[in-house]
Design a protein. Structure first.
Lengths: 333, 299
């Protein structure tokens, strides 16, 4: 769907994107991660023909970009940084106007497509108030609706859940998963790790303009060969597990084992009361922080030393909402 | 795309506000003249203004002469300067281009929208000032009063033939600047010609502002830049030392529309005026295209 080869972009002396070769396959939900200023937005703009590459090649939906970008853009829905609309017009008028501006938006179906797109993003019942009176979340939903009006095959979304509340984030995530199931390939950039972890099947990590990692999320998060156990009786647990315990921290144990079921059976046989038992996986945060440096908005040394943080921050957990398809932290019991 | 630009134009409050303001100036002037009966003496002040007390139906011409030097170019510069820069700073430019709207197409649509605006403004001024002329200044007062020799001619110095002595033929309606009478149909034709010429005269400003609009993301900057060019041009036009470049200045033939009111129509400067505006449009639209088509859109 999207393929870039050795894509490089220089703005004057600043190299924003360096030799990026990324691949988005049909059906992917691809998450492009990277710190602020790492080149995500420049990359997205190059895919859409807004910014011209200094060198390298881009192919989107089988066509060379930017040369044939006008052939593929009708099949792409895009959200580029924040959404934008004419503030004095209503959301509906904005969508109709944008649809009328370019080719391949049949006038006959325009009204219906616009209404459908608004429905999809949860703005179906919106009144005629001008966009200037919209809240941040409503603007974001409108921007997504604008990307959906032409029923695209490929969605290129820069920070799609920006400004949404937890319910909005969940709605949009479910919408993107549904669209993906219906055959739409989703390419999104984000720096919200829990968002990407909850939504994407494949990730790319960009740092200082370089693509430092690209793989299926499931492969990156395969079990580490350790099991995390919490128990009321750590002494007996350690005895029962007989040398497998790698580390003990109060009532929490890190146990070397690739077979959590056997481990559990053993603890039950030894009559150890287990509170929780989980296969350890690397969190997306660990994966990303492992391969990236400080973002361009940080100057000087690391803010808080002490290696990579083991857990995702609390507030992001809250923001993730209730029904995550797969949590980044492993299968907790 | 052109329809979309026109829709955007008519749905913006700014469009109607500026047209309203443009129409208001001649109205205010007419009220003052009607109340005081003090029109500027022939040869002074704005073109045609000395004549309107005698002939209210000529007020559209006087009104156009009033708004041409400042009001009209300022609004045209503001709207043309906003065309790309405004979309860029609002963020809508990237969505239009990703829609996709071709960059060349967008530029042409923007220029057409500006032309439409100019035309709207000129028509609005003509219609409102005709009404003003007829209702406030009254029709053909000259025939009744019978003073003011020469009718309108005095206000424009380089008259071709005729002259003040030709005078007004009582009851014959409107006279040309050359002194010969014009039928109402001829007057309408000539007013239409003048409207077309004035609209075209604004193309140079519009093209310069549009070009600047592709250079910067600041709509105000583009508008002021083009107005700066205009002011410079207006200064040079009056400067004898600059006579070498005067034929190429965008404002050089701005007043040539007055020649539509001569009998017969004095085409030389009118033709040159059309030609110079065409050159400005071609040059600056090409420059705008060259810049915009290869530019990274990062806003």
């Amino acid at each position: 769907m999207i393929e870039t080869r050795n894509l490089t972009k220089r703005f004057g002396h600043v190299e924003a994107v360096h030799e990026v070769s990324l691949e988005v396959r049909p059906g992917d939900r691809y998450g492009l991660l990277g710190p602020n200023g790492s080149g995500k937005t420049t990359l997205v703009r190059m895919l859409l023909g807004l910014v011209y590459a200094t060198s390298g090649e881009i192919s989107v939906l089988g066509q060379r970009v930017p040369r044939h970008v006008s052939r593929v853009l009708p099949d792409i829905g895009a959200l580029i940084e924040e959404p934008a609309a004419y503030p004095h017009l209503s959301g509906r008028a904005n969508l109709r106007l944008l649809d009328a501006a370019g080719p391949h938006g049949a006038r006959r179906t325009r009204r219906r497509r616009v209404d459908e797109a608004l429905e999809q993003v949860g703005l179906g019942g919106i009144d005629r108030r001008p966009v200037r009176n919209y809240s941040l979340g409503m603007r974001q939903r409108l921007g997504l609706a604008a990307a959906l009006v032409r029923r695209p095959r490929l969605l290129i979304l820069d920070e799609p859940t920006n400004g949404l509340d937890p319910r909005g984030i969940r709605d949009i995530r479910n919408l993107l998963i549904d669209l993906n199931a219906a055959g739409v390939t989703v390419f999104m950039s984000s720096h919200l790790l829990p968002e990407v972890a909850a939504l994407c099947t494949r990730i790319g990590v960009i740092d200082s303009g370089r693509l430092v990692l690209q793989d299926q999320l499931a492969a990156l998060q395969k079990p580490t060969g350790r099991v995390l156990i919490s128990t009321n009786d750590p002494e007996r647990a350690v005895a029962a597990l007989d040398g497998l315990v790698e580390r003990r921290d109060g009532e929490d144990l890190v146990v070397l084992s690739a077979d959590p079921a056997a481990l559990n059976a053993r603890l039950v046989r030894a009559d150890v009361p287990v509170r929780s038992l989980a296969v350890q996986r690397r969190t997306l945060e660990e994966i990303v922080l492992d391969v990236t440096g400080a973002g361009s908005d940080q100057f000087g040394g690391d803010v808080a030393r002490g290696g990579t943080t083991p857990h995702t921050p609390r507030e992001e957990d809250v923001a993730r909402g209730g029904t995550t398809p797969h949590t980044p932290r492993g299968e907790e019991l | 795309m052109i329809a979309v630009e026109l829709f955007k134009l008519v749905r913006r409050l700014r469009t109607w506000l500026s047209i309203g303001l443009i129409c208001a100036l001649p109205l205010v002037v007419a009220i003052f003249i009607a109340v005081t009966h003090l029109a500027p003496p022939p040869g002074q002040g704005s073109a045609f203004l000395s004549a309107v007390l005698d002939e209210g139906q000529l007020y559209p011409a006087a009104a156009l002469a009033l708004v041409l030097p400042v009001f009209l170019p300022v609004t045209v510069a503001v709207i043309a300067g906003d065309s790309i820069a405004g979309e860029a700073s609002a963020g809508t430019l990237r969505y239009l281009l990703a829609r996709p709207v071709g960059r060349t197409k967008l530029l042409v649509a923007k220029l057409l929208a500006v032309i439409t605006f100019t035309l709207l403004a000129v028509v609005a001024v003509t219609v409102t000032s005709y009404a003003t002329g007829v209702f406030i200044l009254g029709p053909s007062r000259a025939a009744a009063v019978g003073t003011s020799p020469g009718g309108i001619s005095g206000s424009i110095a380089p008259g071709a033939g005729g002259g003040p002595t030709a005078g007004l033929q009582a009851g014959a309606g409107i006279t040309s600047l050359s002194g010969t009478p014009l039928t109402f149909l001829e007057l309408v034709e000539r007013v239409l010609g003048a409207m077309a010429f004035i609209t075209v005269s604004m193309l140079g400003v519009a093209a310069i502002a549009l070009f600047l609009s592709t250079l910067t993301d600041s709509a105000i900057g583009a508008a002021f830049g083009s107005l700066g060019a205009l002011v410079a041009s207006e200064i040079l036009v009056t400067l004898n030392a600059a006579s070498a470049v005067q034929p190429y200045l965008p404002t050089r033939y701005w007043l040539a529309w007055i020649d539509f009111f001569r009998q017969p129509i004095f085409w030389r400067n009118i033709d040159r005026g059309f030609a110079i505006q065409a050159v400005y449009v071609v040059v600056f639209l090409a420059a705008a295209w060259a810049n915009f088509a290869t530019r990274d859109v990062t806003t």
